[in-house]
Write a protein that binds this ligand. Sequence first.
Ligand SMILES: [Zn+2]
Length: 108
Amino acid sequence: MRAHGCRHATRVVAAVGPGVSEESLLAAFDTVKRGTPAAAAELIIERAGREVVCLDCATRSVLSPQPAGDPAPGSRLSGAVTCPACGGTTALPAAVPEAAVKSIELEV
Ligand SMILES: [Zn+2]
């Protein structure tokens, strides 16, 4: 195995969606990075907000991360949330990756 120059990843930034455990992601990263140029890299986890699309006004909004709880009373659809733009209760979750690497910083 040949290293590409002397570049080492120093920091990996990942965005994770709701429902992903930071502990398990850190543990997985620790396992995966062994023997790679990212072996000494630090994993930075950013909580991604929940993105929703409203069926009433078609606005795409990002909700602040919040702990999972009971759906809002009056929700007509399972998993529907209140639209921050129009207040309607027909905003549906948009596709959000469970975990995605946003950036990798390399030391040259
Ligand atoms: Zn709306």
